[in-house]
Design a protein around this ligand. Structure first.
Ligand SMILES: *[C@@H]1O[C@H](CO)[C@@H](O)[C@H](O)[C@H]1NC(C)=O
Ligand SMILES: *[C@@H]1O[C@H](CO)[C@@H](O)[C@H](O)[C@H]1NC(C)=O
Ligand SMILES: *[C@@H]1O[C@H](CO)[C@@H](O)[C@H](O)[C@H]1NC(C)=O
Ligand SMILES: *[C@@H]1O[C@H](CO)[C@@H](O)[C@H](O)[C@H]1NC(C)=O
Length: 315
């Protein structure tokens, strides 16, 4: 699981730093290789003690960020909303991480059409500022639409990626592409590289969310073509594919849904959250293997019908 891996790599880093500073420790023997920036334990702290952070936009506004927290991954309460309105454009589909500098970052959709997405950051989840606007136009593709950038720390490479849906025509066909951070400022990115094996027939696929589990990359991605509009499941042995679909159509009974986000519950099971864009419901469904999913429930506390496509971070 990406978020878990992110936490674990930070934990390994902290342990190794601690080991190298602790002369008498038996861990000194273990020659741990430190990859990436050295961060102090003080820097890598959470703004809130709650283990779950959920960032979303809402059915009321595409330009306002809402931030929720939860102790159990079920019962979310608002920390701040609206928490941020960007200097220009929209703030749809905010994907949140806790970065190695101890700050939270969101990547988000800036416009229904166009060739960029944006990144904002916050030290406390309350006050946000723009970090960068990232162009998605290149010799690879000049997209008409740039939708739903999603952070993904690849546990195999240690690199931070953003998976984003880019369309060659107006509102389709879409395919997922990966950008990779060049450094820890998150202002400079390489890419895009297409995630191969996800077809661009019809309107293609949007809202791709990767999970690394059992030595495989599992991609939950929405078939965008009319008459489909379901979240499907594909697997690959590398982040950029080639992917093969293992579950398609309305395989889990979620109905028409988009914007999947997967986290890990306190009991170790996976939980998928998704936006029932047509039903007005925000759904959750659980699994221990990413294949066999429980019947969905709606997210409680009045969030269902209010929040739209966001991401749940387990920190
Ligand atoms: C750690 O690495 C050094 C240098 O490569 C080597 O001499 C030493 O034996 C290693 N120690 C352990 C415990 O592997
Ligand atoms: C939900 O979370 C809020 C805030 O943490 C808390 O006050 C409330 O008791 C929780 N409700 C349940 C049913 O756990
Ligand atoms: C989105 O892009 C269009 C075309 O460039 C522009 O006219 C519009 O103002 C933009 N919308 C926002 C909310 O920035
Ligand atoms: C799916 O999960 C349910 C509940 O955990 C279990 O009862 C059922 O046997 C599982 N089905 C398969 C095919 O693994």
């Amino acid at each position: 699981m990406a978020r878990i891996q992110q936490f674990l790599s930070a934990a390994v880093l902290l342990i190794s730093l601690w080991a190298s500073a602790t002369i008498a420790s038996p861990l000194k023997q273990s020659n741990v290789t430190v990859i990436g920036p050295a961060v102090s334990p003080e820097a890598f702290k959470r703004a809130v003690s709650a283990p779950y952070v959920f960032t979303a936009f809402t059915s009321v506004s595409e330009s306002n960020l809402y931030v929720y927290t939860s102790n159990d991954g079920t019962n979310f309460s608002v920390l701040k909303g609206p928490a941020y309105t960007p200097p220009s454009g929209l703030i749809r589909d905010p994907s949140v991480i806790l970065h190695t500098d101890g700050k939270y970052y969101i990547a988000y959709t800036t416009n229904w059409s166009g060739t960029n997405f944006a990144i904002a950051s916050s030290a406390d989840l309350l006050t946000w500022s723009l970090v960068a606007t990232i162009s998605t136009a290149s010799s690879v593709i000049t997209p008409v639409n740039t939708w739903a950038p999603e952070f993904f720390k690849d546990p195999k490479t240690g690199r931070l990626n953003i998976i984003v849906s880019l369309s060659t025509g107006s509102y389709g066909p879409f395919r997922p592409f990966a950008f990779t951070a060049n450094d820890n400022t998150l202002k400079s990115w390489s890419g895009p590289v297409v995630l191969s094996g996800i077809p661009n027939t019809g309107l293609g696929y949007i809202d791709s969310f990767p999970v690394y589990y059992n030595n495989q990359y599992h991609l939950f991605t929405k078939a965008e073509s009319n008459g489909q509009k379901h979240i499907e499941h594909a697997v690959a042995s590398s982040l950029t594919g080639p992917y093969s679909f293992v579950q398609q159509g309305d395989f889990a009974g979620w109905g028409q849904a988009e914007g999947p986000s997967i986290t890990v519950l306190p009991n170790g099971r996976f939980r998928l959250f998704a936006d029932g864009f047509n039903s007005g419901k925000y759904i959750m469904s659980d699994s221990s293997d990413l294949y066999n999913w429980s019947g969905y429930q709606t997210i409680p506390n009045g969030l269902s019908g209010f929040v739209r496509h966001g991401t749940v971070l387990k920190q």
